[in-house]
Design a protein around this ligand. Sequence first.
Ligand code: GTB
Length: 219
Amino acid sequence: MTVTISVFEQSPDRGKGLARDMPVRWALEEVGCPYDVRLVSFEAMKQAPHLALHPFGQIPTYEEGDLRLFESGAIVLHVAERHAGLLPADGDSRARAVAWMFAALSTVEPPIVERSMAMLMESGKSWHAQRLSMLDDRVRQRLGALSRRLGDADWLEGGFSAGDLMMVSVLRRLASSGLLDEYPNLSAYVARGEARPAFQRAFDAQLAIFNALSQGFPQ
Ligand code: GTB
C-alpha cells in the first residue's frame, strides 16, 4: 500500500531537517518503506482538505490506504509496529523502547521547545538574557539525566530503536544552542544517529525540497 506523508512546501528551517516530517521520513527509511510526499503551504495547511487529515492544521500527516494519522510520534510508532527493525522483539524491551519515545516527546522536548520559542520571540526583550539562562538550566536538567542514563552505551535500549530515533530527533533541535557540547556522550549519540544511512537518505530528501525551492528564488 502506498504511503504518503505531508511536509512543508517551504520549511522555515531552510533544509536543516528540524521539522517534524524528519523523524517520520527517517523511520520509513529505516524500515525500507517507500513513500510519497505531499507538499503543503502554510495557507493550505489551514484549509478543509488538510484539516480533514490533521485537526490542528499542521504537518506531518500519514496516509496508507484508509488509514490517516497525524502526530509524528504516533506515526513513527505505527511504522515501527508494522515493520521489523525499529522495536525489539522481546516484549519488555519493546515497552522500554516505546517509553523512550514518550520520554523524548513529553519529558525532554518541552524545555527545548520553550527555549527555541524564547530565542525566536523574546530575543529583543530587556529580560531575555535572564530568562534564557533559566531556560538553559531547565534543558540541562534533562540533558544531565539523559547523559547519566546513556553512559557509554551506543543506544538507550540495547540496539537502535524508535526510542533513539525520537530522542536523537529531539536533541537535534539544540544544535545551534551549544548546550549539547556540554555532554560529550550525548553529542556522540546524536552524531551516531545522524551517521545512519537511513537518516542520511531522509535528510537528503527533505533538503532536496528546500534546494529545489531556492533555485526558484532570485539570488
Ligand atoms: N505534535 C505535533 C507532531 O509531533 O506531529 C507537532 C506538529 C508541528 O508542530 N508541526 C509544525 C507545523 O505544522 C511543523 S514542525 N507548524 C505549522 C503550524 O502550526 O501552523 C515544527 C517545526 C517548525 C519549524 C522548525 N524550524 O524552523 O526549525 C522546527 C520545527
